[in-house]
Design a binder for this molecule. Structure first.
Ligand SMILES: [Zn+2]
Length: 443
């Protein structure tokens, strides 16, 4: 049998695209810069372990044009995939690829024809929850019957932190349910509410573990209206709606919504950093990180003490060079008295009561979470194109008018008509328009 020439082998290997070769056998979907599907080399029930690093990555990216399973450790390029999966010899794998990519290899017949592309039924439309639902749950929270936010308000915040707590709750659209459960909205980066998790907390701030979290689309009344059965349920990271508001900010991702709220209020969300939550150790999904990667954001993962290895694996699978696991907080702030079960929020709460510790002491090279500067506090509600002076004046005006907390100048997350219905906001718009010839308020 004639040997296949080196040149032809090289040409075939150059043309073979791992995503297409694996895609002939495995249904793949996008996951970050990679693709993922069920591993064909072990009895895989959960996708996300089998990662394909596509040929479309730049040449300097490690692992480009290869596959790897993080469970059974299967790995290789297009040729290895065929040799392992189809049990082909090396020359036959080259012939297979030659046939697929229309490259003449030799005259040795190969009993194979490329399979037709698998038809994939289109997924049902994604669920969009009306914004009026968000508003209604915030109104319930405002009635102060939600145990979680009641507890939160009683933490030993300093004056600055306490001063911004209501804004923090409100930025995250934290709501309440009729039965006292807290509602954590999952609003996507385009401002569309996709899901809301309902959680019961005890008076000590811990979750009532006897009850599983509920989802808004499964609640009585909501189920009929939202029809989750005929929709794709998306679960964006908690706080995703803040992404576009802070386009330059480093994204800190923690496990629980509670931790995100506490850390956001502790440091203050600002132009340099914001806090998002994935909902738990096991819920850091490649899908939900996609919008962050699309925006080229810097991502810092803040796992709790027992989650480091797992999140490091997610980070490795992601293969995104602007994502890393941040452990400095635990390394410097955890004490044995906190216990092995302590999460980030527990430590932050303990530090609140410790006057010798200030948030600014946390440092790591190029990423330093910062509290808002006390000289010029960074107000999360300040519109981008408003100067500090203008904003200060606005606050003075609003103080004179009354409570300014309920006004959200950028129109997110409330509907414009909500704002227009608020006479104080109309007055504010009018004052700003007259004084500063405002362009943001294009009404
Ligand atoms: Zn595997």
């Amino acid at each position: 049998m004639p040997k296949i020439s080196e040149d032809i082998i090289r040409t075939v290997i150059e043309h073979a695209k791992i995503e297409e070769v694996v895609g002939d056998f495995v249904t793949l979907r996008k996951a970050g810069v990679n693709l993922t599907g069920l591993c064909p080399f072990h009895d895989d029930k959960t996708d996300g372990n089998f990662i394909v690093r596509p040929s479309t990555l730049s040449y300097d990216r490690p692992g480009r044009n290869s596959y790897k399973c993080f469970v059974c450790d299967a790995k290789g390029g297009p040729v290895q995939f065929l040799m392992n999966h189809e049990r082909l010899s090396f020359p036959d794998a080259i012939r297979w690829l030659g046939k697929k990519y229309c490259i003449d290899v030799d005259n040795v017949p190969l009993n194979w024809t490329p399979p037709p592309p698998k038809p994939v039924p289109p997924p049902p439309p994604p669920l969009e929850i009306p914004r009026s639902y968000v508003r209604r749950t915030i109104e319930i929270e405002q009635d102060r019957t939600v145990i979680f936010t009641y507890w939160l308000r009683g933490l030993p915040w300093d004056d600055e932190q306490l001063g911004r707590l209501q804004q923090t709750l409100w930025m995250y659209c934290v709501g309440g349910w009729k039965d006292g459960r807290v509602v954590f909205w999952q609003i996507d980066h385009n401002g569309i509410p996709r899901a809301a998790k309902l959680m019961k907390y005890l008076a000590d701030g811990h979750r009532d573990k006897t009850q599983h979290p509920g989802w808004i689309y499964n609640q009585d009344g909501c189920r009929q209206q939202l029809d989750p059965e005929h929709h794709t349920i998306l679960k964006p990271l908690f706080g995703s709606h803040l992404l576009n508001r802070y386009p330059q900010a480093v994204i800190n991702i923690v496990e629980s919504e509670k931790t995100a709220i506490i850390m956001a209020n502790y440091y203050g969300n600002n132009d340099s950093q914001i806090w998002l939550a994935c909902g738990g150790l096991k819920h850091l999904q490649l899908d939900s990180l996609q919008p962050l990667i699309d925006q080229g954001r810097t991502i810092w993962l803040w796992p709790d003490k027992d989650g480091r290895d797992e999140w490091q694996t997610v980070c490795d699978k992601l293969g995104y060079d602007k994502c890393r696991v941040y452990t400095h907080f635990f390394d410097t702030c955890w004490t044995p008295a906190d216990g092995d079960k302590a999460d980030i929020a527990d430590i932050a709460i303990r530090m609140m009561g410790d006057p010798t510790f200030r948030p600014k002491e946390i440092k790591e090279k190029d990423h330093t979470p910062q509290g808002g500067d006390t000289e010029t506090p960074c107000d999360p509600l300040k519109p981008k194109n408003v100067t500090d002076e203008e904003w200060f004046e606005h606050l003075e005006i609003m103080k004179a008018i009354g409570d300014y907390e309920i006004i959200y100048p950028d129109g997110e997350p409330f509907l414009p008509e909500d704002e227009m219905a608020d006479p104080r906001l109309r007055l504010w718009r009018e004052i700003l328009r007259q004084r500063y010839n405002f362009k943001i308020l294009n009404s």
